[in-house]
Each structure stands twice: as structure tokens, then as C-alpha cells.
Design a protein around this ligand. Structure first.
Ligand code: FAD
Length: 423
């Protein structure tokens, strides 16, 4: 194969989404993945309407819905007493945004994107570890660990949290939140899995911890996630987030949450990092995408979605600047991408941190938060409109964010703010 039009480094959800978005427009795209096989580690992932809208545009929504679950409600509960704080009616939400809220196994989403890439003719290569990037007179090139070089008109770096390419634009480092996630799936035929209502996505928010559950694979699997702040991380110890800390972190939570802990995988856990927002993602003919550009804390469940949106935005601007003879005005495509995506993702990154702070409150602040959340009207979408509407292609299309409500409005002198409006 001669040089492709585009090299995509990283075959995660972001890289494959971008490869498909560009290949379906007729470009020759090659994906370079460092692992020996394409795959995703982990369990469930939530896809809000700003993502299912794109899957629909790709012709993949029916397949995704068949692989996943379309829940009816998203409910937030207090992890200590188990009481309901607020909810979203996901059928009403689908009517509002035109597309559903979907939960799906990561590996099913990833495999679906991989198959779409294969159908679109993407050249998929594994065991390709990229160690350096450079712009050239004709485009850009990457150097692989074995010393070989690959060239293309444009390189998209979708190489994740520890991105090598990000070093072209910033010397920042991943920021540890000192929080860690445990995950686990369990069959729903009997036991714990059979006790849980799979038509609901539920998050229990508690002091320095939270617990999430929802169904996967047409309801055949229950997905559970337990997240907590590690005291050992806060003390600066290397060995943090271990299973003994998991059990201690949830001691104060209600029976339902504690009974979920034995169902977590205990041989692996995910330490939670993000990075400070980066406002320049393009260096010549090299562009960052996905977690390489904007790794978030996962609290508003938008990390993979932002990555898929990035690819879709690139593909849409490509389509606008693709001449009949196949030439592409790449400087204009990359400039349009740069103009719209960093600001949106900056908002998601900062809102994710604030949302996590809100979830993990204790004492009077927790009680004030609960009072505010209980006051929210069920049809008040003001705090998700900025996320779930159509993905902006131009800066002028980016919707305004919600107005934060000070917790102090509930007679607490705390200065922290709450990510909900009072109804
Ligand atoms: C607990 C948890 C829950 C989450 N829940 C959600 C959710 O519900 N919804 C949501 O949208 N997001 C969620 N996220 C976030 C989401 O998982 C990530 O944002 C998303 O997977 C990032 O995809 P990516 O392709 O950009 O990066 P990655 O998944 O990190 O993929 C990067 C790829 O690049 C490859 N690579 C790395 N370096 C090189 C190299 N030098 N050469 C070649 N290849 C390389 C890697 O092997 C990997 O395959 C969650 C995250 C966590 C931790």
C-alpha cells in the first residue's frame, strides 16, 4: 500500500471512530495500534444522545441498540441512606433530543466500530508502537519503535491519556484525582443480577465515593462500578487503590451498595486521571483526538463520546472541503476542527471535575446538595442541554452552559457550587 491520506495512531474508540468518519468519505486511512490485538478493557459505557445521533448518522445505531440496553430512567440516589435525589426520564429525553440514551459493553462498541472500519476499507495494523511524530514538507510522519517511518498527508494522534503526540503541544502531565474505579459484570439470570431493575441507570453518590449500575447485552449482564477516594493516594503512597481500600471506602453506604462490592473484579482497578484543558490540538499536519487531547474524569460520562464527536466533526469538515478530484483543503479542515472542539471539551473537563466534587460531598454540604437535587423538576433539562444537543460544527453553534447554583443558596456558607439549576 502506498502512503495513506491519513494515519490514525491508536485503535481505541476514538481512533476507530475517526478512521471510520474519514474512510466513509473515501479517504485512504491506516490505523496504527500498539497492542498485539484490537480490543477494549473494561465493562460498560454510557452513550448519551450527542453520541447516538452520530451513530445514527453512521448507520450504526440499530446495531448498537441491539448490542446494548435502552434504559428508561437515570436515577441519582444518596449512597448513605439510599433515597432518590433526582431522575431523568430517558424516554422523554429521547423525545427531546431525537436520539436515545444507550448503555453498551465497551468491547461491543469497539468491535462494532472495528467492523465498520473494515467495511469502509480502513487499513488496520496492530503491534505498531509510535514513538515520535514530525511534520514534513508533504504532510506528517511517525517513527515506530522498530525504527520504521510511516507517512501521510495528515496524522491523527488518538493515543490516549499518555499520548506521545501531546508532547508536541504541551509539557503537561496527567493529573491524579486520587480516585480509583472498580468494575465488574455479573449475569442477570440469578442472584444480585436478577435483583436489579435493568431499565434503570443508577448512581449512588456518597462521601468520597459513588456506585453505578446498569444493564448490558440486552439485559443479560449487570454492570457495576464502584469509585472512591484512596487515602493511600492522598498520603502519597505508591501502592494505592487496593481492594482493602475499596471495602473501607464504602463502610458508611447503604446495604444495597455494600452488597454490590463482592461483585467487583478485585484483580484490577482503574486509577482516575485527567489533564488540564489544552486549547491547541493541531500542530501543522498533526492533530490530537480523544483522550490524547481531552482526557476527562468520567463523572458526566462523556470521554468516549467526545472522542467519537471529534472524529465526526473532522469527517463533516472534510466533506465540506473535499474537491471532486479527491483533493482536500486540509489546512481548512484542521482549522475548523481546532476552532470548535477544544472549547467544548474544556467545558466538559471542568464540569466533570465539578460534578465529581458535588457527588462526593459529606456533612452539611451533602445535605444541602441533596435538598437542591430533590427540588429539581423532572423535566428540567437545563443542565444537560449544553451536552446532549447536536454536536457543534462551528463555534457559534456551541450552546451556552448551565448556570451553576451555589450550595450556599441552601443556607450553607460553603463556596462550592452545584451543577444543577433550582427549578
Ligand atoms: C471508569 C470509567 C468509566 C467511563 N465511562 C464512560 C462513559 O460512560 N461514557 C463515555 O463516553 N466515556 C467514559 N469513560 C471515558 C472513556 O473510556 C475514554 O474517554 C475513551 O475510551 C477514550 O478513548 P480513546 O480512543 O481516546 O483513548 P484510549 O481508549 O486510551 O485508546 C488509545 C489507544 O491508543 C493506543 N496507543 C497508545 N499509545 C500508542 C502508541 N504510542 N502507538 C500506537 N498506539 C498507541 C492504545 O493501545 C489504545 O488502543 C470512562 C472512563 C473510565 C475510566
Amino acid at each position: 500500500m502506498t502512503n495513506p491520506d491519513v494515519l490514525v495512531v491508536g485503535g481505541g474508540i476514538g481512533g476507530l471512530g475517526a478512521a471510520y468518519a474519514l474512510a466513509r468519505r473515501g479517504l485512504a486511512v491506516r490505523v496504527l495500534e500498539q497492542a498485539a490485538a484490537f480490543g477494549e478493557v473494561g465493562a460498560g459505557i454510557q452513550l448519551a444522545p450527542n453520541c447516538t445521533r452520530i451513530l445514527d448518522d453512521y448507520g450504526l445505531l440499530d446495531e448498537a441498540a441491539a448490542l446494548g440496553v435502552l434504559p428508561h430512567a437515570m436515577i441519582m440516589r444518596d449512597a448513605v441512606d439510599g433515597s432518590e435525589l433526582t431522575r431523568l426520564d430517558l424516554r422523554d429525553l429521547e423525545r427531546r433530543y431525537g436520539h436515545p440514551y444507550l448503555v453498551i459493553h465497551r468491547s461491543d462498541l469497539h468491535t462494532m466500530l472495528l467492523r465498520a472500519c473494515e467495511r469502509a476499507g480502513v487499513h488496520l495494523r496492530t503491534s505498531q508502537s509510535v514513538v515520535a511524530y514530525a511534520n514534513t514538507a508533504e504532510g506528517a510522519c511517525v517513527t515506530l519503535a522498530d525504527g520504521r517511518r510511516e507517512e501521510a498527508r495528515v496524522v491523527i494522534a488518538a493515543d490516549g491519556l499518555h499520548s506521545v503526540a501531546r508532547g508536541l503541544l504541551s509539557d503537561d502531565r496527567p493529573v491524579s484525582s486520587a480516585y480509583v474505579a472498580y468494575r465488574g459484570t455479573t449475569p442477570t439470570a440469578s442472584g444480585r443480577g436478577a435483583e436489579v431493575d435493568l431499565s434503570e441507570v443508577v448512581v449512588y453518590v456518597g462521601p468520597r465515593c459513588h456506585f453505578v449500575h446498569y444493564g448490558l447485552r440486552g439485559g443479560g449482564l449487570l454492570n457495576q462500578v464502584a469509585v472512591f477516594e484512596s487515602p493511600k493516594a492522598r498520603a502519597g503512597e505508591e501502592d494505592w487503590g487496593t481492594p482493602d481500600e475499596l471495602d473501607a471506602a464504602f463502610e458508611r453506604t447503604c446495604d444495597f451498595v455494600r452488597e454490590g462490592l463482592p461483585h467487583m473484579w478485585r484483580d484490577r482497578w482503574w486509577r482516575m486521571y485527567d489533564r488540564e484543558p489544552l486549547m491547541t490540538w493541531v500542530d501543522g499536519n498533526i492533530a490530537l483526538l480523544g483522550d490524547a487531547a481531552h482526557p476527562p474524569l468520567q463523572y458526566i460520562a462523556q470521554g468516549a463520546i467526545m472522542a467519537i464527536e471529534d472524529g465526526w466533526v473532522l469527517g463533516e469538515h472534510l466533506a465540506r472541503r473535499l474537491a471532486h478530484d479527491g483533493t482536500v483543503d486540509w489546512p481548512a479542515v484542521l482549522a475548523a476542527y481546532q476552532a470548535v472542539r477544544p472549547e467544548h471539551c474544556r467545558r466538559v473537563l471542568t464540569a466533570s471535575r465539578a460534578w465529581g466534587d458535588l457527588w462526593h460531598l459529606d456533612g452539611t454540604s451533602r445535605r444541602n446538595r441533596n435538598a437542591l437535587l430533590r427540588e429539581r423538576a423532572i423535566d428540567d433539562y437545563s443542565f444537560v442541554d449544553w451536552l446532549y444537543g447536536p454536536t457543534a460544527l462551528e463555534p457559534s453553534e456551541e450552546p451556552p452552559m448551565f448556570t451553576p447554583v451555589p450550595l450556599a443558596s441552601k443556607a450553607d456558607p460553603l463556596t462550592a457550587t452545584c451543577g444543577v439549576r433550582r427549578s
